[in-house]
Design a protein around this ligand. Structure first.
Ligand SMILES: C[S@@+](CC[C@H](N)C(=O)[O-])C[C@H]1O[C@@H](n2cnc3c(N)ncnc32)[C@H](O)[C@@H]1O
Length: 220
């Protein structure tokens, strides 16, 4: 990671650099123009650092971008990996990075949570990772959609669906920051009747608080 940039400065920098390479946990990824880059943000690094995967586990990466979390999970020995993103160029970018690292990931457009829950309504994932936008405002371009999720629609759906996506003893890792409305998120998580939330990590960087959460099902 070169530096942490926020909002318009982040978008301007990515427009300026275009296609480039970035490294997360010592692994190099290609990042295409218009796709979120870990090169100028901390969230991808924190989530990767605090996610633990046991060999053979099934993993869902929600909002995969250039595929960082999905590909690192596969490299750590995950048995079955699914990656979703609203940005179809991001999915193509993630597939190219998977090929580069000789791992298999299964890409799905958008959130498609319903399609990822087994027909009897049971979750199939040991691990779900989510690095969704911290902002709740409007987004016009695909890059803006990586930073802004209008009214936190995707985050709301993710939190609502997480208990259905997870196997009974599964866990979800999520990163968030007070760049956005972290109080809203924490209140939503605290009120959830089906999920326990633990803060795994908290740090101050670039004038903001960054947190990694671990969510588990109450009914285990
Ligand atoms: C902050 S980036 C994280 C990218 C990557 N997971 C990482 O750790 O570097 C957020 C990603 O979520 C995607 N996204 C935003 N809204 C989404 C939605 N409703 N459904 C699926 N993906 C979404 C964006 O396109 C973007 O790639």
């Amino acid at each position: 990671m070169k530096e942490i940039l926020l909002g318009d400065a982040y978008i301007r920098k990515l427009d300026e650099v275009g296609d480039h390479k970035t490294t997360v946990m010592g692994v190099e990824f290609d990042v295409a123009r218009g796709v979120f880059s870990p090169e100028y943000s901390l969230c991808s690094h924190l989530l990767a650092q605090w996610t633990s995967i046991a060999p053979g586990e099934s993993v869902l990466d929600v909002g995969t971008g250039c595929g960082v979390q999905a590909i690192l999970a596969a490299r750590r020995g995950a048995g079955y990996v699914v990656a979703t993103d609203i940005n179809h160029e991001a999915l193509r970018n993630a597939e190219r990075n998977a090929k580069k690292h000789n791992v298999t990931i299964n890409t799905f457009p958008d959130l498609v949570f319903a399609a990822l829950i087994d027909k009897s309504g049971r979750g199939v994932f040991d691990v779900v990772v989510a690095n969704l936008p911290f902002g709740g405002g409007e987004a016009k371009t695909s890059l803006e959609q990586a930073l802004n999720d209008p009214d936190y629609k995707a985050t709301r759906e993710f939190v609502f669906r997480a208990p259905d996506l997870l196997l009974q003893k599964g866990r979800a890792y999520m990163v968030f920051s007070d760049i956005g409305d972290i109080n809203w998120l924490e209140q939503r998580l605290a009120e959830d009747t089906r999920l326990y939330t633990r803060v795994l990590h908290e740090e101050l960087a670039a004038g903001h608080v960054w947190k990694v959460y671990c969510l588990t099902r109450k009914e285990r």
